[in-house]
Every structure is written in C-alpha cells, then in structure tokens.
Design a protein around this ligand. Sequence first.
Ligand code: GDP
Length: 301
Amino acid sequence: MFEKLREAFSSLTKVISEKKLSEKDLDEVLQNFQLTLLESDVAQEVVESITDSLKAEMTGLSVERSKETGSLVREKLRSIMTGIFIKARTADVFKLIDAKKQKGEPFTILFLGINGTGKTTTVAKVAYLLRQAGYSVVVAAGDTHRAGAIEQLSEHADRISVKVIAQRYGADPAAVARDGALYAKSHHVDVLLVDTAGRMQTNQNLMEEMGKIVRVVNPDFKIFIGDSLAGNDAISQAQLFNKYTGFDGAILTKTDADTKGGAALSISFTTNRPILFLGVGQEYKDLKKFDPVAFVDSLIA
Ligand code: GDP
C-alpha cells in the first residue's frame, strides 16, 4: 500500500543526508522529488506546494548535509503533510449522528461518486459499520439509472440485514431519497444512507440530479467516494462534486491495491475536505478509519 509515495520521501531524505549538496544539486534533487511525487498521483499544485515549502526551509540549511539534516528534512516534510490534513478539518460522524438522534430525528448521509469507484460496496460497508456501532440504518436506492443497481444494493443490504427503500428504474432519484427520509422518520431509524447514480463526471445532468436530491432531502452529511486507483481522475471528480454539491468528507476505496498513494493527499489539499475512511478490501468489514498522523508517519518512516 502506497509504496511509491513512501519511496519518494525516503530517497529524498537519503540523498540529502548522505551527500554535501550545492544549491544547484539541491535544485536537481528537488526536481527529481517532484517527478516521483507526480508519478505517485500527487496533484501538480500539491507537489508545488510541498516542494516550495521544503525549499524555503532548506535554503538556510544548505551549507552542510548530514544525518541531522536528513532528519530535519523528514520533520519538515512531516509537518507540511500533516498541515494539509489539519487544514481539511475532520468530522466525527458518530457525534453528529448522536446529536440528531437526541432530537429524535434521522441523520441523512448522501453518497456521491462516479460508477465503478466502489460506491455501492462502500454504502454497504458504512451501513455495516453503523449497525456494528448499534445504530439502526435504512438505505435508499437512489441510482435508478444503471441496470442492476437496485438489485446490487438490495443484495448487500439483505446480507447485512438492512432495509432498502426503492422504486422502479427510471423513477426520480430525489423522490426515492424522500421516501427514504419519510420511512426513517416514521420508523425512528437513526441513519438514512442515500445511494446515488454515478454516470460520467462531465455529465451536467448528474450534477443537476445531485443538486435536486440535496434540495429535496437536505442531507446532514455528504460523502464523496473516490477510487484510489483512479489517481488524478479521482482528484478531478472530487473537485467537480465539491464545486457543484459540496461534500463534508471523502472515502477512498481500493487503497489495498494502490501502490501510489497520492490521491488521499491531493483530495484533501484541493478540496479542503477530510478523508474519513479508507476502503481496504472487498468485505464489509474492510473500511478503516483514516488517521492522518498515522498515514503521514507510515510514509515518512
Ligand atoms: P460502484 O459502481 O461505484 O457502485 O462500484 P461497486 O461497489 O460495484 O464496486 C466495484 C468493484 O470494486 C467491486 O468488485 C468491489 O468489490 C470493488 N471494491 C470496492 N471497494 C473496494 C476496496 O476497498 N478494495 C478492493 N480491493 N475492492 C473494492
């Protein structure tokens, strides 16, 4: 997981701690570092921000390279990267759910994302996590476009004993979401999860459809689902959803298969929204709370 990004950081600190470098050498080292970050799916603007901050810090240190300089650089990198995640303030979803529960109202979570990213599986994983934590859950099948989408969600829901609210294919997704909200309210269900369609990101209709659902059910929380393996595509999808509907946090799927790792960093940096969980496998239990400090520590060993 994320080997490429880890390698980029360790080779930078290794070069810096082992050789005495001139300013020109340093520029070259940083340029190589930039390339390896780009190859690890870190977005251009994030790469520039990291290397600019690093360069500013290192200019005063350029006289002598030593092991100490290596660890100083490591610390600097650690604080730059942690800073990116701190800026994207995280949210405690359980606390927010509890606050709504105390008022006797269901907490509505809307899931946003493109087809194939693992959205349906992730809705099921979140439902499973909430059930494990003792909350009652209902799911609304808001993807009424893609053939098989309703059955796929229903199969997951059956396996984890969660009720699905659905209509026929072609129905208005906002109406399905509203049915879900009415059901959750009248049956005193703690959390309503709304799955949505995910046709191409450039599809203006999709964004309008999401906007309509948001207006109709006024969700308490919106989660963007991004595929870690999609790299820069995941980043531009996140930016697009953030622009049109906004979201409160992201879940990055398939990180178990991602050797690069730049998407987490880039999505937080470019949208200022936190990564909440990582998908780490195909089973319902394979959803791991994202810990930014542990993530940065694992990259900068
Ligand atoms: P959707 O089209 O976005 O609803 O995507 P699906 O939920 O159908 O998922 C597409 C594929 O990705 C399925 O085979 C899932 O099992 C797989 N998948 C989803 N999340 C993960 C994950 O975290 N890790 C791995 N390895 N596979 C995942």
